[in-house]
Design a protein. Sequence first.
Length: 222
Amino acid sequence: MTRDPKQAGILLCFAVKEELESLPPRVRQSGDVRIVLTGVGEKNAEQTLLRELSRSWRLVLTCGFAGGLNPKLQTGAVVYCADESFPLTSAFETAGALPVRFHCSTRVVITAKEKEALWRATGHDAVEMESRIIRAICHHRGIPSATVRVISDSAHEDLPLDFNQLFGEAQKLRYGKLLGAIAASPRSISGLLKLRQQTRHAARELGRVLESALLSGVQAGG
Protein backbone atom coordinates (compact mmCIF):
# COMPACT_ATOMS: atom_id res chain seq x y z
CA MET A 1 0.00 0.00 0.00
CA THR A 2 1.45 3.36 -1.00
CA ARG A 3 0.18 6.83 -0.25
CA ASP A 4 1.00 10.37 -1.30
CA PRO A 5 3.20 11.65 1.59
CA LYS A 6 1.35 14.98 1.47
CA GLN A 7 -1.92 13.28 2.35
CA ALA A 8 -3.00 12.67 5.92
CA GLY A 9 -2.28 9.28 7.46
CA ILE A 10 -2.06 7.77 10.93
CA LEU A 11 0.84 8.76 13.18
CA LEU A 12 1.96 6.32 15.88
CA CYS A 13 4.10 7.81 18.67
CA PHE A 14 6.24 5.51 20.84
CA ALA A 15 8.72 6.67 23.48
CA VAL A 16 11.34 3.92 23.02
CA LYS A 17 12.06 1.20 20.47
CA GLU A 18 11.31 -1.65 22.90
CA GLU A 19 7.65 -0.63 22.87
CA LEU A 20 7.26 -1.29 19.15
CA GLU A 21 9.56 -4.28 18.75
CA SER A 22 6.60 -6.63 18.21
CA LEU A 23 4.65 -4.36 15.89
CA PRO A 24 3.64 -6.63 12.98
CA PRO A 25 5.16 -6.04 9.53
CA ARG A 26 1.72 -5.32 8.05
CA VAL A 27 1.54 -2.24 10.27
CA ARG A 28 5.17 -1.19 9.81
CA GLN A 29 4.89 -1.46 6.04
CA SER A 30 1.51 0.20 5.66
CA GLY A 31 1.79 3.31 3.55
CA ASP A 32 -0.96 4.86 5.64
CA VAL A 33 0.96 4.59 8.93
CA ARG A 34 4.04 6.48 10.12
CA ILE A 35 5.91 5.41 13.27
CA VAL A 36 7.99 7.86 15.29
CA LEU A 37 10.08 7.54 18.45
CA THR A 38 9.56 10.55 20.69
CA GLY A 39 11.93 9.75 23.54
CA VAL A 40 10.86 9.60 27.19
CA GLY A 41 8.82 12.34 28.86
CA GLU A 42 6.61 15.23 27.85
CA LYS A 43 9.37 17.58 26.68
CA ASN A 44 10.76 15.06 24.21
CA ALA A 45 7.26 14.07 23.09
CA GLU A 46 6.28 17.69 22.48
CA GLN A 47 9.38 18.48 20.44
CA THR A 48 9.01 15.38 18.29
CA LEU A 49 5.29 15.81 17.68
CA LEU A 50 5.62 19.46 16.70
CA ARG A 51 8.19 18.45 14.05
CA GLU A 52 5.83 15.77 12.75
CA LEU A 53 2.94 18.22 12.53
CA SER A 54 4.59 19.89 9.57
CA ARG A 55 2.58 17.20 7.80
CA SER A 56 -1.14 16.65 8.11
CA TRP A 57 -2.38 13.61 10.05
CA ARG A 58 -5.80 12.03 10.01
CA LEU A 59 -5.28 10.37 13.41
CA VAL A 60 -2.56 10.37 16.09
CA LEU A 61 -2.02 7.51 18.55
CA THR A 62 0.33 7.67 21.53
CA CYS A 63 1.39 4.10 22.22
CA GLY A 64 3.73 2.07 24.41
CA PHE A 65 4.08 0.76 27.94
CA ALA A 66 2.25 1.89 31.06
CA GLY A 67 2.49 1.01 34.72
CA GLY A 68 -0.60 -0.40 36.36
CA LEU A 69 -2.27 1.62 39.11
CA ASN A 70 -5.59 -0.20 39.23
CA PRO A 71 -4.90 -3.57 40.90
CA LYS A 72 -7.34 -5.28 38.52
CA LEU A 73 -5.09 -4.63 35.51
CA GLN A 74 -2.67 -7.47 34.84
CA THR A 75 0.61 -7.34 32.96
CA GLY A 76 -0.13 -7.57 29.24
CA ALA A 77 -3.53 -5.88 29.44
CA VAL A 78 -3.96 -3.41 26.58
CA VAL A 79 -5.73 -0.23 27.69
CA TYR A 80 -6.86 2.89 25.90
CA CYS A 81 -8.42 6.34 26.21
CA ALA A 82 -9.72 8.11 23.10
CA ASP A 83 -11.37 11.30 21.99
CA GLU A 84 -15.13 11.22 21.81
CA SER A 85 -16.26 9.67 18.52
CA PHE A 86 -12.71 8.48 17.77
CA PRO A 87 -13.13 6.25 14.70
CA LEU A 88 -11.13 3.28 16.01
CA THR A 89 -12.72 2.97 19.47
CA SER A 90 -14.90 0.01 18.58
CA ALA A 91 -11.92 -1.64 16.85
CA PHE A 92 -9.84 -1.27 20.02
CA GLU A 93 -12.54 -2.92 22.09
CA THR A 94 -13.11 -5.69 19.55
CA ALA A 95 -9.38 -6.45 19.77
CA GLY A 96 -9.65 -6.71 23.56
CA ALA A 97 -8.44 -3.29 24.76
CA LEU A 98 -9.98 -1.88 27.93
CA PRO A 99 -11.07 1.75 28.44
CA VAL A 100 -9.17 3.40 31.31
CA ARG A 101 -8.04 6.73 32.70
CA PHE A 102 -4.35 7.56 32.40
CA HIS A 103 -2.15 9.57 34.72
CA CYS A 104 0.81 11.31 33.08
CA SER A 105 3.81 11.42 35.40
CA THR A 106 7.05 13.39 35.22
CA ARG A 107 8.99 10.40 36.56
CA VAL A 108 8.95 6.62 36.45
CA VAL A 109 6.77 5.25 39.24
CA ILE A 110 8.93 2.58 40.84
CA THR A 111 7.26 0.83 43.77
CA ALA A 112 3.93 -0.85 44.43
CA LYS A 113 3.51 1.52 47.37
CA GLU A 114 3.90 4.55 45.08
CA LYS A 115 1.43 3.07 42.62
CA GLU A 116 -1.16 2.46 45.31
CA ALA A 117 -0.80 6.01 46.62
CA LEU A 118 -1.15 7.44 43.13
CA TRP A 119 -4.20 5.31 42.39
CA ARG A 120 -5.91 6.41 45.60
CA ALA A 121 -5.03 10.07 45.01
CA THR A 122 -6.09 10.27 41.36
CA GLY A 123 -8.47 7.37 40.69
CA HIS A 124 -6.56 6.78 37.46
CA ASP A 125 -5.91 3.25 36.24
CA ALA A 126 -2.48 3.43 34.58
CA VAL A 127 0.54 5.72 34.52
CA GLU A 128 2.81 6.79 31.66
CA MET A 129 4.88 9.84 30.72
CA GLU A 130 4.10 11.19 27.25
CA SER A 131 0.42 11.04 26.30
CA ARG A 132 -0.88 14.17 28.03
CA ILE A 133 1.12 16.61 25.94
CA ILE A 134 0.59 14.67 22.72
CA ARG A 135 -3.17 14.57 23.22
CA ALA A 136 -3.27 18.26 24.23
CA ILE A 137 -1.42 19.37 21.10
CA CYS A 138 -3.66 17.21 18.91
CA HIS A 139 -6.77 18.63 20.57
CA HIS A 140 -5.52 22.17 19.94
CA ARG A 141 -4.85 21.34 16.27
CA GLY A 142 -8.18 19.54 15.81
CA ILE A 143 -6.56 16.15 15.16
CA PRO A 144 -8.42 13.13 16.61
CA SER A 145 -6.16 11.23 19.00
CA ALA A 146 -6.07 8.28 21.36
CA THR A 147 -3.76 6.73 23.94
CA VAL A 148 -3.22 2.98 23.46
CA ARG A 149 -0.88 1.39 25.96
CA VAL A 150 -0.10 -1.97 27.49
CA ILE A 151 0.57 -2.72 31.15
CA SER A 152 4.24 -3.67 31.47
CA ASP A 153 4.28 -3.83 35.28
CA SER A 154 1.20 -4.29 37.41
CA ALA A 155 0.14 -2.28 40.45
CA HIS A 156 1.43 -5.04 42.73
CA GLU A 157 5.00 -5.00 41.37
CA ASP A 158 8.11 -3.02 42.27
CA LEU A 159 10.51 -2.25 39.44
CA PRO A 160 13.96 -3.84 40.00
CA LEU A 161 15.85 -0.51 39.84
CA ASP A 162 15.05 3.17 40.22
CA PHE A 163 15.23 4.05 36.55
CA ASN A 164 14.87 7.74 37.36
CA GLN A 165 18.46 7.64 38.65
CA LEU A 166 19.69 6.20 35.36
CA PHE A 167 18.49 8.93 33.01
CA GLY A 168 20.90 11.53 31.71
CA GLU A 169 20.17 14.69 29.75
CA ALA A 170 16.94 14.68 27.74
CA GLN A 171 15.77 11.70 29.82
CA LYS A 172 17.89 9.21 27.90
CA LEU A 173 18.96 6.03 29.64
CA ARG A 174 22.69 6.07 30.41
CA TYR A 175 23.94 2.52 30.06
CA GLY A 176 27.05 3.22 32.11
CA LYS A 177 24.82 4.16 35.04
CA LEU A 178 22.72 1.06 34.43
CA LEU A 179 25.76 -1.20 34.60
CA GLY A 180 26.93 0.58 37.74
CA ALA A 181 23.52 0.12 39.37
CA ILE A 182 23.53 -3.59 38.52
CA ALA A 183 27.06 -3.99 39.90
CA ALA A 184 25.97 -2.28 43.11
CA SER A 185 22.87 -4.48 43.38
CA PRO A 186 23.46 -7.90 41.76
CA ARG A 187 20.09 -9.09 43.08
CA SER A 188 18.45 -6.73 40.58
CA ILE A 189 19.55 -8.98 37.70
CA SER A 190 16.75 -11.51 38.20
CA GLY A 191 14.22 -8.68 38.44
CA LEU A 192 15.53 -7.09 35.25
CA LEU A 193 15.29 -10.42 33.42
CA LYS A 194 11.72 -10.85 34.63
CA LEU A 195 10.86 -7.30 33.55
CA ARG A 196 12.36 -7.97 30.12
CA GLN A 197 10.15 -11.05 29.73
CA GLN A 198 7.13 -9.02 30.78
CA THR A 199 7.86 -6.17 28.38
CA ARG A 200 8.31 -8.58 25.49
CA HIS A 201 4.96 -10.17 26.27
CA ALA A 202 3.40 -6.72 26.67
CA ALA A 203 4.84 -5.52 23.34
CA ARG A 204 3.35 -8.56 21.58
CA GLU A 205 -0.08 -7.85 23.04
CA LEU A 206 0.12 -4.19 22.08
CA GLY A 207 1.21 -5.12 18.56
CA ARG A 208 -1.70 -7.53 18.22
CA VAL A 209 -4.27 -4.91 19.21
CA LEU A 210 -2.73 -2.19 17.06
CA GLU A 211 -2.59 -4.48 14.03
CA SER A 212 -6.24 -5.44 14.42
CA ALA A 213 -7.50 -1.90 15.03
CA LEU A 214 -5.30 -0.03 12.55
CA LEU A 215 -5.77 -2.35 9.63
CA SER A 216 -9.52 -2.32 10.10
CA GLY A 217 -9.35 1.48 10.23
CA VAL A 218 -7.22 1.70 7.09
CA GLN A 219 -9.56 -0.61 5.22
CA ALA A 220 -12.55 1.43 6.33
CA GLY A 221 -10.82 4.71 5.48
CA GLY A 222 -10.98 5.76 9.17
